[in-house]
Write a protein that binds this ligand. Structure first.
Ligand code: SAM
Length: 280
């Protein structure tokens, strides 16, 4: 295997800086730099983009992104033990890597990034879904990002790309597919990580659409979908009782059967229902 850069192997980096993995920070590291470069390639042509990375850890994916030619990488890391290792990468790629020490849920990275912006990360499992939902529900569309290339637990990845009728179809699928194309582009077994987690992982690539696939008010759609899937085994007329007093009429005017269940309704149907609910 050829090296992707002249920095030391990640096992040595971890040993030198004493980076024993902490479960509380969701630390499952990728140590194979050919694998991290492959993940970076899934993010598309990086040469004209700034890349936002959450949780660089010892820097495996960061090095992959830089070796694949990212114009600039901005990495936000909560664990200050990782900072000396990341500083070595910064020195090897002058002017192309910026590290912010902090909590990705609190730091606003936008002041440090120039569009076009892509997001790429092996996310800490405990905040992965929350970050994705935030990126999918900005105040205005299109969002700040052109694409998201994100590692999730396999089960979460399946919920993002799920189709109607499947057990994993729900709020996350609708949020993701309403305004983005979402695909699973890689699957990784537990052994790809150090330490290995209990479950498999997958990389999801999402590309922002210029506008939503079907017209709907984001807040109304979100309310309708949350109510429908909160009681996913119930018929829509029961699950959505709290959404509008005349929900049966509104379901019918949206072309849906009040006796249908959320799991069967395609994205287009939920958008029609959101429009019917928002109508006077
Ligand atoms: N990118 C590295 C890799 O692929 O080997 C590490 C990935 S590891 C799954 C998740 C990383 O996110 C860890 O380095 C962890 O310290 C960091 N992290 C956890 N919670 C965070 C938070 N709230 N904000 C920023 N980084 C966080």
């Amino acid at each position: 295997m050829s090296a992707i850069d002249t920095l030391p192997p990640l096992r040595d980096v971890i040993a030198t800086h004493g980076l024993s993995a902490r479960k509380s920070l969701g630390q499952n590291f990728l140590l194979d730099l050919n694998l991290t470069a492959k993940i970076a390639r899934q993010a598309g042509d990086l040469s004209a983009s700034d890349v936002l990375e959450i949780g660089p850890g010892p820097g495996g994916l960061t090095r992959g992104l830089l070796a694949e030619g990212a114009r600039k990488v901005l990495s936000i890391e909560k664990d200050r033990r990782c900072l000396p290792a990341l500083a070595e990468i910064e020195a090897a790629y002058p002017g192309r890597l910026q590290i912010i020490e902090g909590d990705a849920l609190e730091v606003d990275p936008l002041a440090h990034l120039t569009p076009p912006i892509r997001v790429a990360a092996n996310l800490p499992y405990n905040i992965g879904t929350e970050l994705l939902v935030r990126w999918l529900t900005p105040p205005a569309w299109p969002p700040f990002w052109e694409s998201l290339t994100l590692m999730f637990q396999r089960e979460v990845a399946e919920r993002i790309v799920a189709a109607p009728g499947s057990k994993t179809y729900g709020r996350l699928a609708i949020l993701a597919q309403w305004r983005a194309d979402a695909r699973i582009v890689m699957s990784l077994p537990p052994e790809a990580f150090t330490p290995p987690p209990k479950i498999s992982s997958a990389v999801v690539h999402l590309t922002a659409l210029p506008q939503p696939r079907f017209e709907a008010d984001a807040a109304v759609l979100s309310r309708v979908v949350a109510a429908a899937f909160n009681q996913r085994r119930k018929m829509l007329r029961a699950a959505l009782k709290g959404v509008a007093p005349d929900i049966e009429d509104r379901l019918i005017s949206a072309g849906l059967k009040p006796t249908d269940r959320a799991e069967q309704i395609p994205l287009e149907g939920f958008c029609a229902l959101a429009r019917a609910v928002a109508a006077p």
